[in-house]
Design a protein around this ligand. Sequence first.
Ligand SMILES: [Zn+2]
Length: 185
Amino acid sequence: MEVTTIVLAHSRITAQFAQSCLCESIRFAIRLVKQPTYMANTSLTPEQLEKLIDLSFSAKTRAHAPYSKFRVGACLLTQSGEFITGCNVENSSYGLSICAERTALVKAVSEGHTNFRAIAVSSDLVDNHISPCGACRQFISEFGLMDIYLMKPDRTYIKTDTDALLPFRFTGEQLDGKKIQLEEQ
Ligand SMILES: [Zn+2]
């Protein structure tokens, strides 16, 4: 159990190592943290990163946040080099509100983009880098590995990625996994 826990925490373990493992419990643990089947090119030029950050800041100014007053902006960089922004959009029926990250992703997908290099997320928090909510982490993870820049207004950031932000996430692979057979009624 101890070894399994260590492997589970190591999200970048290689397939070669998985093959060499004799312990079935470790193989199972590795399957749980397997990388997406495609690997994104996440390397950004300094100019792309600057633009990504700038656009996340400008997206924040368009936030519709009359209730929380908590403005958030996001900007995606697609694999084809396009920048797509989003802001949080609140509603008087609070549960209908949508975060900036998901706004940007929904906009991007509706325009035909499903492969992304990076996303930057900005807020007005002075003392802390913004941290995406659980729903957005799962939503981002749907689109595989990408770099994630968690900003502060002073332009400092924490650079992370999909795997680090949401380990053990639910994926489409699990939907296709072997299941117990329910008895026919
Ligand atoms: Zn969110």
